[in-house]
Design a protein. Structure first.
Length: 437
């Protein structure tokens, strides 16, 4: 099928390339000329494992093209995917400005009957509005059917998730359009759930809200473990082995971040308020997460009796490993707080440094290696559990740091190894380790 994807970010680019890989002809459209320039030259503007290979192969096979030109991009397409951002507004609700601007472009360039598939995460009722909006602004009488196919990929494993997702949700009021979308996705061989538009929209928000709740839950238990003298790693394992609970998203840490959980939680909470059905559990989930982001700064400050003048090697900046994405990364408020309180920051990240430079204080020093960031620092804070950081030899922490002290926000290392290496080690939900003197 000839498909257009509007919005060539994490979701749009990955979806476009994966659809091309299973044999469709895809045109990705974006208003960001820089991004499209890079893609036209064969370079991916984002970091995702497997993406470069897909880009290379599908450009060679002429199954994918990139443009900023809606005229060319939408011509002769039977299906148009909407994958633009839906960021958070000041009041917590979703900003649908980019989405409706893309819908306007669809309406103005309509030349055949099309199915519009919404991949962007949108509040309940939005797909009905999209249907009405395009109809109202359409330049001719072509039929438009809006179908909701919410996206569940995770950054860091986006390609793998697209080919091996748990389910594909297809919501729509037009049965024929729903069946056509199901055929397009059939080569992925993933279970498909067909439903109405509003339920599809709700499935996406309810899924993210549940996962965020699991994270805040285990973080609260972790904080309790510290007071109780228990070990959250064992507690998580023991709890997660119960099949009714499951072991995913039970890893204690410095809280969730990223481009989805914070904004999607805010949006569903805002929607609940609007329809006078407040979501009190989710309001708590948000509060717990905000508090959790402060935990490491508090531990460092307590250990050094203040932060003024100390140098901290911060390892990992992206909101999670295997991505260069810094949106709502816990590293941002943490580093801001450390700097405000007088600390000097040496930072290392395998992929997010360039983005970080545009977001963090210009007082941060960036290093290309972990060695460089650690050299002479008073302690190290680990925020993102990149493999490079987990695999970094403990003896090198000891060699390069001025004092052998680690604050680990992701519980990367075993307490036993820290003890054996004579490190002073603070993690989340586990007893602190002090060198034997
Ligand atoms: N990133 C994820 O992990 C993820 C997972 C599931 C769902 N989602 C949802 O998918 C949507 C997209 O997220 P993302 O992370 O890919 O966003 P992104 O910011 O990476 O990409 C959005 C792209 O849309 C482009 N754009 C904006 N307005 C446009 C317009 N009028 N015409 C053409 N292009 C336009 C931007 O330039 C940008 O390249 C959001 O609603 C998000 O909540 C994201």
């Amino acid at each position: 099928m000839n498909i257009a994807v509007i919005g060539t970010g994490y979701v749009g680019l990955v979806t476009g390339l994966c659809l091309a890989q299973v044999g469709h002809y895809v045109t990705c459209i974006d208003i960001d000329t820089n991004k499209i320039d890079q893609l036209q030259k064969g370079h991916s503007p984002i970091y995702e494992e497997g993406l470069d290979k897909l880009l290379r192969e599908n450009r060679q096979q002429k199954r994918i093209e990139f443009t900023t030109d809606y005229d060319m991009g939408l011509a002769d397409k039977q299906m148009i995917l909407l994958a633009v951002g839906t960021p958070q507004k000041n009041d917590g609700s979703a900003d649908l400005g980019a989405l409706f601007s893309a819908c306007r472009a669809i309406a103005e360039h309509l030349s055949t009957d099309v199915i519009v598939v919404t991949k962007s995460t949108v509040p309940i009722g939005t797909n009905e509005r999209i249907q009405d909006y395009i109809k109202q602004h359409a330049v001719n009488n072509n039929a438009v059917s809006v179908v909701s196919v919410p996206e569940f990929l995770r950054q860091g494993s986006a390609v793998q998730d697209t080919f091996h997702g748990d389910r594909i949700v297809i919501g729509g009021e037009n049965t024929e359009a729903v069946e056509t979308v199901a055929e397009v996705y059939q080569p992925f061989n993933i279970p498909i759930i067909k439903t109405d538009l509003r339920s599809a929209e709700m499935i996406k928000y309810a899924s993210n809200a549940f996962l965020a709740a699991k994270i805040s839950f285990i973080n609260e238990v972790a904080n309790l473990c510290e007071r109780a003298g228990a070990n959250i790693d064992d507690v998580s394992r023991g709890v997660g082995m119960d099949k009714r609970i499951g072991n995913h998203f039970l890893k204690a840490g410095t809280g969730y971040g990223g481009s989805c959980f914070p904004k999607d939680l805010s949006a569903i909470i805002a929607y609940g308020r609007k329809v006078e059905q407040p979501l009190s559990i989710l309001e708590c989930v948000q509060r717990v997460n905000e508090k959790q982001m402060d935990i490491l700064a508090g531990k460092v400050s307590k250990r050094f009796r203040g932060l003024k003048g100390i140098t901290i090697a911060v390892l990992g900046l992206s909101f999670k490993p295997n991505t260069d994405d810094m949106r709502n990364a816990p590293s941002i408020p943490l580093i801001q707080k450390l700097i405000e309180n007088g600390a000097n920051i040496n930072a290392f990240d395998p992929a997010a440094t360039e983005t970080a430079k545009t977001l963090l204080s210009d007082k941060v020093f960036y290093y290309e290696t972990i060695d460089g960031a650690l050299k002479g620092a008073d302690c190290s804070i680990i925020i993102t559990d990149w493999k490079e950081i987990i695999d970094y030899p403990i003896k090198l922490f000891k060699k390069h740091l001025a004092r052998p002290i680690i604050f680990d926000g992701r519980n990367c290392f075993s307490l036993k190894i820290m003890k054996e290496n004579g490190m002073e080690y603070y993690s989340i939900g586990r007893p602190a380790i002090f060198p034997i003197s």
